[in-house]
Design a protein around this ligand. Structure first.
Ligand SMILES: *[C@@H]1O[C@H](CO)[C@@H](O)[C@H](O)[C@H]1NC(C)=O
Ligand SMILES: *[C@@H]1O[C@H](CO)[C@@H](O)[C@H](O)[C@H]1NC(C)=O
Ligand SMILES: *[C@@H]1O[C@H](CO)[C@@H](O)[C@H](O)[C@H]1NC(C)=O
Ligand SMILES: *[C@@H]1O[C@H](CO)[C@@H](O)[C@H](O)[C@H]1NC(C)=O
Length: 494
């Protein structure tokens, strides 16, 4: 270890230059429709599951807030593009609101005010050479589709494909990067498995796995649709965004190493293995684990719905890139199964997750500042799926809104340095990095308390005034220089 460390120190310091991100590496920022747009019922938009939940059960949000107005980006899109221009980002990742385009979720009625809104935004971005990177589904399902079961209903895959077709037809002449889903585990486990996200269906260990199968099939349908009917003409790329914390074994025991691997496979591999692995299908360890526990619970078959051969082949290989959302790390160790095992995803997983009290905290319990976790995760993905083209589609730091956001700057500096090492030293095939988020916004069940923005938004001000935080200058400089200021002696290999 010591030898290798010196070797790299020598190589890089002898160049007397800082490591640089490759010339074609792209930097961006991200948002999502429900979190920023507002205009919840403006000119023809239909109700979605977040509108429905926040209006009918305000207590489902910590501060009883909602996204009715949010950052009012439905009206302030021109201002937002000026902020992006000031940052000098290469791309802007945003999502389309399905129920703004198709008010009841179905393709028989298009809301042309919604079309107009996204056309304006896309054209304004292109005017300043900012590439639109578009997420089709960032959690805001039309309520009508939820009324017939939502994602656990396999029919939703076809409605999603119908919607995607409308989006490709309307915007695919200008949008060249498509992301089908954002963070499927949150959609399924938090939305249908007893978590805190809309539509808050509580049927853990059953409904979440049904949802998962629909999402995988829906993703594949939309990939094939694009690949077979649009790719030749529109020449874009299409992928999916998956999230996980890095799971570091808490000690050097085999049991802890197995627990970490199980955790990565069940959270990230659930989605990535069917799409990016050589053999497809869910990860073996996940199938075995859920089958074992289902049996202990007296189920006659596994609660994880099977993928038949035809489905495995249909899903395998359906992405041009893997999007990775990553915020933090946990220390994972073995936990014995309890005597009676309640039915749920987390009991199927059954590992112990802790954090090191020495890690720098943030305003969210689930985010600690642990930069090396990003590098380890990117290397795990490289090894697991034959070094796929990877975009970091979200990474960011929550605080309570300070304008001189040194916590955010430290976090970004650390994570960007580890990203740079992953790209330059480890040769991970990462082509893009995205900060969550452009703006302080509606952080789902956590409401407006947590602030992730590079720009502050005054939510008491009817004009939703935006103000740059210190991190704007910081990120701007990194984009311009392609360089993270740090000492070459810190270059190490994993
Ligand atoms: C939209 O919702 C607001 C409340 O958020 C309500 O005051 C207004 O009348 C609604 N507008 C339409 C067009 O339904
Ligand atoms: C695990 O082993 C490695 C070397 O084999 C050592 O550097 C590391 O400190 C050990 N970690 C723990 C948590 O014991
Ligand atoms: C499933 O159960 C079998 C038989 O008890 C065991 O050998 C295997 O390790 C278990 N697999 C998982 C992933 O728990
Ligand atoms: C936010 O806007 C409100 C209403 O315009 C104003 O009273 C308040 O001073 C603003 N807050 C800050 C921190 O600028």
């Amino acid at each position: 270890m010591q030898m290798r460390f010196l070797f790299f120190t020598f190589i890089y310091s002898s160049c007397a230059q800082q490591l640089l991100f490759p010339n074609d590496f792209k930097f961006g920022v991200a948002t999502s429709s429900y979190q920023i747009e507002g205009g919840w019922n403006a000119s023809g938009k239909g109700e979605n599951i977040w509108d429905h939940m926040t209006h009918n059960n305000p207590k489902s949000i910590q501060d009883k807030s909602n996204g009715d107005i949010a950052c009012d980006s439905y009206h302030l899109w021109k201002t937002d593009v000026q902020l992006l221009k000031n940052l000098g980002v290469h791309f802007y990742r945003f999502s389309l609101s399905w129920s703004r385009l198709l008010p009841n979720g179905l393709n028989n009625r298009i809301n042309y005010d919604g079309v107009h809104y996204y056309n304006n935004l896309i054209d304004e971005l292109l005017k300043y050479n900012i590439e639109p990177v578009v997420t089709l589904y960032h959690w805001d399902l039309p309520q009508g589709i939820q009324n017939i079961g939502g994602w656990p209903n396999i029919a939703t895959a076809d409605y999603f494909m119908d919607y995607a077709k409308v989006a490709f037809d309307l915007f695919g002449d200008r949008v060249k990067t498509w992301i089908t889903f954002n963070e499927p585990i949150e959609i399924c486990v938090s939305g249908y498995g007893g978590g805190d996200k809309a539509p808050r269906i509580i049927y853990p260990g059953i409904s979440d796995y049904l949802c998962g199968k629909t999402i995988l099939i829906a993703h594949a349908k939309v990939y094939h649709l694009y690949n077979n009917y649009y790719r030749a003409k529109q020449r874009g790329k299409i992928g999916i965004t998956i999230d996980t914390a890095w799971n570091e074994p808490n000690d050097n025991t085999t049991l802890s190493k197995e627990a970490s691997e199980l955790s990565l496979q069940m959270q990230f591999g659930w989605w990535a293995h069917p799409i990016f692995s050589k053999n497809g299908d869910y990860p073996n360890v996940m199938k075995e684990r859920i089958a074992n526990i289902s049996k202990l619970q007296n189920f006659k078959t596994s609660r994880l719905p099977n993928l038949i051969n035809h489905e495995i082949n249909y899903i395998k290989g359906t992405a041009d890139f893997v999007g990775v959302n990553h915020y933090s790390t946990v220390l994972t160790s073995y936990q014995p199964l309890p005597k009676t095992i309640p039915v749920s995803f987390y009991n199927d997983l059954c590992v112990k997750s802790e954090v090191d009290p020495k890690w720098k905290p943030s305003a969210a319990t689930w985010v600690k500042d642990v930069p090396w976790g990003l590098r380890k995760l990117l290397n795990w993905i490289k090894n697991e799926y034959s070094n796929p083209v990877t975009y970091v589609t979200e990474n960011g730091y929550p605080d309570l809104g300070e304008l001189n956001d040194v916590g955010r700057i430290n976090y970004l500096q650390g994570y960007l340095k580890e990203l740079l090492l992953a790209v330059v030293v480890d040769k991970c095939n990462v082509a893009a990095y995205t900060v969550w988020s452009l703006l302080d916004n509606m952080e789902w069940a956590e409401g407006y308390k947590l602030k992730f923005g590079l720009y502050n938004v005054n939510f008491s001000d009817p004009t939703r005034k935006r103000t740059a935080k210190s991190s704007v200058e910081f990120y701007k400089n990194i984009i311009k220089s392609r360089m993270i200021p740090f000492d070459n002696a810190e270059v190490y290999i994993l």
